[in-house]
Write a protein that binds this ligand. Sequence first.
Ligand SMILES: CC(C)(C)S(=O)(=O)N[C@@H](Cc1ccccc1)C(=O)N[C@@H](Cc1c[nH]c[nH+]1)C(=O)N[C@@H](CC1CCCCC1)C(O)(O)C(F)(F)C(=O)NCCN1CCOCC1
Length: 330
Amino acid sequence: TSGSVATSPIDSSDDAYSIPVSIGTPAQVLNLDLDTGSSDLWVFSSLTTASEVNGQNIYTPSKSSTSKLVSGATWKVKYGDESTSSGVVYTDKVTVGGITASSQAVEVAKTVSASFTSNSDIDGLIGMGFDSLNSAKPSAVPTFFDNIIGNLDSPVFTADLKHNKAGSYDFGVIDSSKYTGSLTYVAVDTDPGYWKFTSSGYGIGSAAFKSTSVVGIADTGTTLLYLDTAIVKAYYATVSGASNSATYGGWVFKCSATLPNFVFGVGSAKITIPGSYINYSPVTTGSSTCFGGLQDSTDIGINIFGDVALKAAFVVFDGSDTPRLGWASK
Ligand SMILES: CC(C)(C)S(=O)(=O)N[C@@H](Cc1ccccc1)C(=O)N[C@@H](Cc1c[nH]c[nH+]1)C(=O)N[C@@H](CC1CCCCC1)C(O)(O)C(F)(F)C(=O)NCCN1CCOCC1
């Protein structure tokens, strides 16, 4: 089997990309953030503290004839941006892009942190990282991808994220109409559970490409591109008036600045991020100071090829026995 689901940016800054997910019988449709940087499928629910729900769609297990409580199971996740959620676990029928996992662990939130409450565009997450990152106790529960992979024509899902318009996630098929040229594959290190790979270098604008190994994760759940200090400094050295602002917690520049393209290498292939993608957004609405889409990864401790990078490419997440990532331009 194979399937495809449209994914849309939740806002004009492409802060995150959500997909409609059907849960239960009859179907309850929630908009979940497909996140390759984590491995919990969790949802706002009828069990979520009422004061912490603000406009999100909720999953009500008691209204589903196929829901089952997983006795004694609990979960708790904390994300890089310090947001948290926790609760209990049900199993239920989950369908994404026409593909159904008949008994998917659905982690039902009893409590969520303020940043989730304030984001009415996201009703939860569907983690597509490796199972080692799953937070359920006393034992981890499989991801949606893990549950369907055996039924897929090919053990893959692909990401075709776009700037300010709908893209798609496909499951079980690599649609060659969605990219140009050929796919270049790189190995994935699944420790500790991210889609971690080594980029072969970078180029700034028309400057010569610098061959150097850059280890990072392909993370659909992270908005920006986070790389080593040296690369980030070299990039913003070409942007007159750019500075690393303590006030705004990162590199900023005049919104009118012309930004050079940023190229990253994957094996012998090169992915070009248009300079315009590196103008993330004004630091506050209406400001003429803009925050960069490329930021320093030092405080994170790992380089992250987030949506700013991913939306410049077509990416194959290959979950075969030897996991790998395929990259192509588009
Ligand atoms: C808010 C913002 C200025 C636009 S942002 O650029 O910070 N964007 C957020 C995502 C977002 C978009 C829209 C609204 C709200 C939040 C962002 O990029 N957050 C990253 C920032 C980060 C990463 N690392 C350090 N900082 C993050 O936490 N991403 C996680 C998913 C997010 C969580 C908040 C809600 C949206 C989805 C993530 O899963 O991709 C992750 F990989 F970064 C992460 O935290 N993975 C957690 C893995 N743990 C390891 C231990 O076992 C449990 C799982």
